[in-house]
Design a protein around this ligand. Structure first.
Ligand code: 3Y8
Ligand code: NAP
Length: 252
């Protein structure tokens, strides 16, 4: 059976993998959810949009003769990861995840770790502060439960509807970010506290280094539970995994 890789993307690591796969001339399709207006262009044939749940993904795998699925999505894209796990089990196609370790606090960090988004909202109880909400667009309105704060919102696209936060500033920017830029941003907006997900990786790490440099507290949201699946840490390790798991005829 010929090889056709499906890369579930949307992260710095996924882009690095796409570059390597394209340089090797392997047949692959890169997949985005279609969350942002102008996603980064990839050097591979690219599809955008959901598959229609795990069944939809399983059907896509069969229709496109996918031989290997690489889940290189963000650690908070839990639904996609669970769907990929189910769909690969249903179709018998090999799955691995290209992941990055969670950030760990170091000396000088002032982290308050919370289990989820609701925990971050609760942690913001109390008098008005200037809050850097570095969480993107999808969950920002959950913070309307703490309307007393001024929120600095960093979004990939300008919001098409005003955020449901009475007191906010919007910064339209796409990462990867750098420490000098995030430090200047926090100073410009007199940020008192930073709220972020434990995304790991390098593309979003600048804010925790900037917070450390400015001695700012960070509300750090722990990762959601992901399926138990094989994981690798580098694009080269993905190619080693593909070579070690040759595509087999699954039958029809
Ligand atoms: C659509 C595709 C690359 C990948 C770049 C990484 C780094 C920059 C940092 C902050 C945190 C945040 C957010 C973030 C980062 C990388 C990576 C990463 C965080 C793009 C992209 C897509 C998305 C989706 C978007 C979410 C949002 C989350 C912004 C491309 C740019 C906050 C995650 O408006 C929306 O609907 C945005 C939605 C999911 C989380 C949210 O809840 O809003 N990412 N981000 C992907 C798709 O359609 O499938 O254009 O590159 C990718 C990247 N964003 O190759 O360079 O690897 O993580 N993305 C978080 O970490 O909390 C910004 O501001 O400090
Ligand atoms: P999610 O909540 O796990 O997924 C929700 C639904 O979006 C999935 O069930 C699937 O729809 C679709 N989907 C998600 N990722 C997809 C992909 N790569 N290709 C095709 N469909 C996809 O996902 P999310 O957290 O919204 O993340 C969406 C995208 O943004 C992913 O590419 C992720 O890597 C990227 N991203 C997310 C974050 C974050 O903080 N969550 C940060 C950086 C980048 P169907 O059920 O219809 O198949």
């Amino acid at each position: 059976m010929t090889q056709h890789l499906l890369i579930l993307g949307g992260t710095t690591e996924a882009s690095a993998l796409a570059k390597l796969v394209a340089s090797r001339g392997l047949q692959a399709t890169f997949s985005y959810a279609g969350r942002v207006a102008n996603p980064k262009v990839q050097p591979l044939p690219t599809r955008e949009g959901g598959f229609g749940g795990s069944d939809g993904l399983a059907q896509y795998i069969r229709d496109q003769n996918i031989s290997h699925v690489i889940d290189a999505t963000h650690p908070f894209a839990a639904q996609m990861s669970w769907n990929a796990f189910e769909a690969c089990r249903a179709t018998g196609v090999n799955l691995t995840a290209l992941t990055r370790p969670a950030w760990q606090p170091v000396v000088g960090d002032r982290w308050q770790v919370v289990p989820d988004m609701a925990g971050a909202v609760t942690a913001l109880r109390g008098p008005a502060k200037r809050v850097m909400l570095a969480l993107g667009r999808l969950h920002m309105n959950e913070f309307a439960l703490q309307p007393q704060h001024h929120y600095v919102l960093r979004l990939v696209d300008a919001p098409d509807v005003p955020p449901a936060l009475p007191n906010h500033s919007v910064v339209v920017a796409r990462g990867p970010f750098d420490v000098a830029g995030d430090t200047a941003l926090f100073q410009k907006h007199n940020v008192d506290v930073v709220v972020c997900k434990n995304a790991g990786g390098t593309g979003a790490a600048a804010k925790i280094e900037a917070a450390r440099a400015l001695n700012l507290p960070v509300i750090m949201i722990d990762r959601p539970k992901l399926p138990e699946r094989p994981e690798v840490a580098t694009p080269d390790a993905v190619l080693d995994w593909v070579a070690a798991h040759p595509s087999t005829d699954r039958g029809v």
